[in-house]
Design a protein. Structure first.
Length: 284
């Protein structure tokens, strides 16, 4: 029995009238809700129509489509249900205004997403740096960062972890599954992981490493199995919509500085070109 089986069993309990009644239903990370999970939430709410239902989510950070989540549930929620009131949370207290503005301009190119005027409330740093580096320059930049400042190195695919870790053999080793693991003797607050794994985390300095191209690109050009599209209430038509959200999540892990790293002079990525253009046009 997997997690979806448990949700189906719970739905059947409510349909049979044996589910527990709740007065308050609170759902966090609502952008990651699947249509199956929404069926359960509907059943729980229908059991007590006087219940209060509160959900908190950000459609800009919906990145688990491969796991069944459907961003349209949040985007279309107010149109699906009656009596819904919306309270925008537009303040970002994590990131420097430059990081917030870069992320907002990048994600807002997809007009089908909920448009939000996100502003920075962070006053921790006087300045911020947005830069573009080669993989060789990644090590040099990190060595200029004071030892106690947090660093996060992010990459798109699990396969890229060992490649990047080879540049930092004094700081990282590979575990049995070939994932980078910080060495005990490394005193720096530095971590290395996929962008998906970084959700909810933050660091003062974030390095986003692009793959080498070829079969692995960012945005990924590999098409999802048609079954994934069947799980969604409505197909997204904007190109690379979820990949764009994934890059947004990566950018907004940064509290002060964010750097885009390419293993070559030409990473063969439309995201790389677009970000460079945004930085040049806005003077980030």
């Amino acid at each position: 029995m997997d997690f979806n089986d448990m949700i189906i069993d719970a739905i059947k309990k409510y349909q049979a009238g044996t589910g527990r009644s709740y007065d308050y239903i609170i759902v966090d990370e609502f952008q990651d809700t699947s249509n199956l999970a929404l069926r359960l939430l509907d059943q729980v709410f229908a059991d007590n129509p006087q219940a209060s239902f509160l959900s908190v989510g950000d459609d800009w950070q919906s990145i688990y489509g491969f796991n069944g989540s459907d961003v349209m549930i949040l985007s279309d929620y107010a149109d699906r249900y009656q009596g819904v009131s919306l309270q925008p949370l537009n303040a970002n207290f994590r990131s420097h205004p430059k990081v917030v503005e870069l992320g907002k301009q990048f994600i807002s190119k997809n007009k089908s997403q909920i448009q939000k005027d996100v502003r920075s409330g962070c006053e921790s740093f006087d300045s911020s740096d947005v830069g573009f580096l080669t993989l060789a320059g990644l090590r040099a930049k990190i060595e200029t960062i004071p030892a106690k400042e947090s660093i996060l190195i992010l990459y798109r695919y699990n396969e890229d972890g060992p490649i990047i870790a080879s540049e930092f053999l004094d700081m990282f080793e590979l575990d049995r599954s070939r994932k980078p693991l910080k060495r005990l003797k490394c005193p720096r607050p530095i971590s290395m992981m996929t962008i998906h794994a970084s959700k909810g985390l933050e660091a003062q300095h974030v390095f986003i490493v692009f793959p080498e191209g070829g079969r692995r690109k960012f945005p990924s050009e590999m098409e999802d199995h048609f079954v994934f599209e069947m799980l969604k209430s409505k197909a997204e038509t904007y190109p690379f919509a979820e990949e764009r959200r994934l890059m947004y999540v990566a950018i907004t892990r940064a509290r002060q500085n964010v750097y885009f790293v390419s293993p070559s002079d030409d990473p063969n990525s439309i995201f790389w070109d677009e970000l460079k253009e945004l930085v040049e046009l806005n003077g980030f």
